[in-house]
Design a protein around this ligand. Structure first.
Ligand code: BES
Ligand code: ZN
Ligand code: ZN
Length: 508
């Protein structure tokens, strides 16, 4: 078996509250400079090889998002990696640029990095530095590899920030990156490495390290609690290892009236489609179908590292979705733990089945807010591509705030409708609810309406259908196909947008 858990990111950051000196450059393998793409001539001249770079940028029409490199005349032959950024670039664009710059640095095996900005006003400079830090933590982290001659990349070990405005937001960036790295690492594991049993072992070790209480709701417990929707999916497994992992983080200082966040994630370790078997291309990457649970876990890790002052419960619905003699079938009828009966239509719509019970169980603890992550529907990917993630909520008035978390974090979300009248599509002649429709028109919306039946209306709930969980070439500052999308979004929502305060105040 592979290592139980990943090693921490190699990169160390050091904020130097000043501009770069020539002696500093001599100590760097690569110097990353984020430059305003409308920089004037005199400012260009302040940069070593500035004249040449300016001419090249002009000739090649390099604008927002472009990266250009030049070797400097230092003993270490420091590589200058210039990234061109427009003044009003979005956070997403800024992260994307940082990702490209780090890719360049990594390809030259640079170990000692420095970063500066040039010609950017305060906020843009701060965002650019943060982006480079986030990209460095991501690039300096190895996803699992099973090559017999595997060599750990010992590149990107150190990043110096040369900026008079070196800030303390870096703590948030570090914690968030650790969460994202963990999420990507677990998601990248092959299906024979990350089975339900090994997932449980890994999480249990992590819980021990991080001081979380852990409870494993196995199939017997779930049967007792009437979790028939989860168990319908789990019954097709070869071994009886599936279950719902419940983790608890509690802040050191306990206050009365403490807020409770519930994170919920779809943890399908492999989605074959079940009895309605997927075809080759559709099945190929389905070992990543547990990414929602990994993102929930990564978010919990980030919040723990940040020592947040609210309580967090995390619910991971872990199973496979397999074909076989015991597997559930179309037209089976099962009942979830909140008493809602479901007519099964398509066994490949297993995500909503396992989440139904995970949501219902999470809701019993009366959390202030429920936030779930799931690679739930292909329809969401069809609607958005892999650049955005679909967002659904039972609090329509929160839309501006929920979208702002996407813009500010650079993990962009798009809201879909959640009107009640969609429910008529899910009316079943024999049960309370149909799992999905026989055709899959707007299935991401219907899946969200389905899940809504397992969340009490009085609990604010946000559902992310992770269309951006996996994208060829990566997304933003993440350059691996598996993006770990959601940790940055959730941390922004919880810390910058103060969503729990809003939830507790009862404002719709
Ligand atoms: N895990 C898939 C959805 C998915 C596929 C997410 C590819 C991201 C990338 C999910 O379990 C599924 O198979 N959904 C079906 C639902 C349908 C049968 C109603 C789908 O989208 O085809
Ligand atoms: Zn499926
Ligand atoms: Zn699935």
């Amino acid at each position: 078996m592979s290592k139980l858990l990943p090693e921490a990111a190699l990169a160390r950051t050091q904020a130097l509250a000043r501009h770069v000196h020539n002696d500093d450059l001599a100590q760097l393998d690569a110097w990353l400079v984020v430059i305003a793409d409308d920089l004037d001539e005199t400012a260009w001249r302040t940069l070593p090889r500035g004249e040449w770079l300016r001419a090249e940028c002009g000739r090649r029409k390099l604008r927002n998002g472009s990266v250009i490199t030049a070797r400097l005349d230092t003993a270490a032959q420091t590589l200058l990696i210039a990234g061109m950024r427009k003044r009003h670039a979005s956070v997403f664009e800024t992260l994307q640029l940082a990702g490209r710059m780090l890719k360049e640095a990594k390809s030259t095996q640079a170990r000692r990095l420095g970063v500066s900005t040039l010609g950017l006003p305060g906020a843009a400079a701060g965002e650019s530095l943060e982006a480079v830090v986030a990209a460095t933590y991501a690039a300096g982290f190895d996803l699992p590899s099973f090559k017999s001659k595997h060599q750990a990349a010992d590149s990107l070990v150190e990043l110096k920030l040369f900026s008079p405005r070196a800030n303390d937001d870096l703590k948030v960036t570090r914690a968030t990156s650790e969460g994202n790295n963990l999420a990507r690492w677990l998601t990248a594991l092959p299906g024979n490495e990350l089975t339900a049993a090994s997932y449980r072992r890994r999480v249990s070790e992590l819980a021990r390290r991080e001081g979380w209480r852990m409870q494993f709701l196995d199939s017997r417990t779930l049967k007792r609690r009437g979790a028939g929707a989860f168990l319908a999916v789990a019954q097709g497994n070869e071994t009886d290892d599936a279950g719902i992992i419940h983790l608890r983080y509690r802040p050191r200082a306990r206050k009365t009236g403490q807020k409770l966040l519930a994170l919920i994630g779809k943890g399908v370790c492999f989605d074959t489609g079940g009895t309605n078997l997927k075809p080759h291309r559709g099945m190929l990457d389905m070992h990543t179908d547990m990414e929602g649970s990994a993102v929930a876990l990564g978010t919990l890790l980030a919040l723990t590292r940040l020592n947040v002052g609210f309580a967090v419960d995390c619910w991971l619905a872990v199973t496979e979705n397999r074909i076989g003699p015991k597997a559930y079938k179309p037209q089976d009828v099962v009942t979830a733990s909140n008493g809602v009966s479901i007519q099964v239509i398509h066994t490949d719509a297993e995500g909503r089945m396992v989440l139904a019970d995970a949501l219902a169980l999470a809701a019993r603890e009366r959390p202030t807010l429920m936030l779930d992550f799931a690679t739930l529907t292909g329809a969401c990917v069809n609607a958005l591509t892999e650049r955005y993630t679909g967002l659904f909520t039972n609090r329509p008035g929160w839309h501006t705030m929920l979208e702002r978390a996407g813009t500010e974090s650079g993990e962009r979300v798009w809201r879909f409708p959640m009107d009640e009248d969609f429910d008529t599509d899910l009316e079943s002649p024999i049960a309370d609810l149909m799992q999905c429709t026989p055709d899959s028109k707007g299935d991401h919306i219907l899946a969200a309406r389905f899940l809504n039946r397992f969340v009490p209306a009085e609990i604010p709930w946000v559902h992310l259908d992770l269309a951006a969980g996996q994208r060829a070439g990566g997304l933003g500052h993440i350059t691996t196909d598996i993006t770990g999308f959601g940790v940055r979004y959730a941390v922004n929502l919880l810390t910058a947008q103060k969503v729990l305060e809003r939830a507790a105040s009862g404002k719709q």
